[in-house]
Design a protein around this ligand. Structure first.
Ligand code: MN
Length: 386
């Protein structure tokens, strides 16, 4: 299979990479000191290399997949279905992957990203031109406050404000007792009032009673957005909360698939949707999900799984096609990760991440950095992991 416009895939390698974090990140489910991802490196018969990144927020707590499961399922089941296919036939490749392997949206999204990278490079076009074209050059980026210590978090936020890096802050919640957690959030919100926006994300760890108790307190302290306070499956509860929520009630875990989005639109279960390429299985399907949300009159937001500099550049290619993001987004991964694996550095200035020039995904992997941080080399970060 070759001819005009074809890029037959000859090789696919899945590489686990471990990068240290600049500080401990306290999620609802765990404390993380490093961030791991899988790079999917595809090569076509013309020697064009496309790279995708499947990144996870420190292990399987969010989506069920881990870097180890991604590599195992790619090597054993997904790669053989991609080898020999034309990178331009992305629709039929993704359909094949869905027919053969249930779920595994992170693994599939990483493969799709690499296919689009090859397409872009072969056509000498940035990937955003394959997804509908550019609607923006930059994205306002929220910073996660996730140590659990309000005083330290206020200092951290002030430093980000001074450097003009971030003026939106998202408190990761759900790890502590709700009363202490809400008190912490209210303190941070009051302290930063007027200087920055403060948002809360308990990652689905609250029940309805707790959320109904917490919401008026958070609103009163000036919080302008609450993300997924309720369990992901409790869409009826989410709908009840939305009716009484005077601020944006953003759904993240509750909206992964297109079917999730359809149900949320029917129930009016949220008033804002967090888009993430990994949870929905690729950029193209995430684009469809965004259109479904907008068609239902529900605005969208650009979420993150703390991607590396590479994955963040890729996410920005997708994000560039989204015209209306009234609450911005949070592509902050490279600032939280202490090391980069790319030749280019993502450009953060004036509170926004700026689109990288270039073809494909606009980023290239630095081979020396990759050699230093890939897990299957002698140098690894296992010693500092718990
Ligand atoms: Mn979230």
């Amino acid at each position: 299979m070759s001819g005009p416009g074809t890029q037959r895939i000859e090789a696919l390698e899945a590489i686990i990479v471990d990068l240290p974090l600049v500080r401990e990140q306290r999620f609802a489910a765990l404390d993380a000191r490093s961030q791991s991802m899988v790079l999917l490196v595809l090569r076509s018969q013309d020697g064009i290399e496309g790279v995708g990144e499947a990144s996870l927020p420190s292990g399987p707590w969010w989506g069920g997949e881990s870097v180890e499961s991604i590599k195992a399922n790619v090597d054993g089941y997904l790669a053989p279905l991609v080898i020999g296919e034309d990178a331009f036939a992305v629709d039929s490749i993704m359909r094949k992957l869905d027919d053969a392997v249930h779920g595994n949206s992170f693994a599939k999204a990483g493969i799709e990203m690499a296919l689009l990278d090859i397409q872009g490079k072969a056509l000498e076009q940035p990937v955003y031109n394959l997804l509908g074209g550019k609607a923006r050059d930059s994205l306002p980026v929220a910073w996660p406050l996730a140590t659990g210590d309000a005083s330290a978090e206020i200092d951290e936020a002030r430093e980000k404000l001074d450097k003009r890096l971030h003026n939106i802050f998202k408190l990761k919640m759900g790890a502590m007792d709700p009363e202490a957690d809400v008190e912490r959030a209210c303190r941070v919100a009051r302290e930063l009032e007027g200087a920055a926006k403060v948002r809360c994300d308990p990652n689905g760890r609250w029940d309805e009673t707790t959320a109904s108790w917490a919401l008026p307190r958070l609103v009163e302290a000036g919080v302008d957005l609450i993300e997924q306070p309720l369990q992901r499956w409790n869409l009826e509860g989410c709908a009840r909360l939305t009716r009484h929520c005077p601020i944006a009630h953003m759904l993240d875990e509750s909206v992964c698939s297109l079917q999730d989005m359809q149900r949320v639109a029917e129930l009016r279960a949220g008033s804002l949707i967090s888009l993430k390429i990994m949870k929905t299985g690729g950029m193209r399907r995430t684009k469809t999900l965004s259109e479904m949300a907008l068609a239902a009159g529900i605005p969208i937001y650009m979420g993150t799984f703390l991607e590396s500099s590479y994955g963040t550049g890729a996410n920005m290619q997708f994000c560039a096609t989204l015209r209306d993001l009234p609450y911005g987004g949070e592509l902050s991964g490279p600032l939280l990760v202490a090391e980069s694996i790319t030749e280019q550095d993502p450009e953060y200035r004036d509170f926004e991440l700026h689109l990288q020039p270039g073809t494909g995904l606009g980023m290239s992997i630095d081979p020396e950095k990759l050699a230093a941080f890939r897990r299957d080399r002698d140098y690894s970060l296992h010693a500092v992991q718990r």
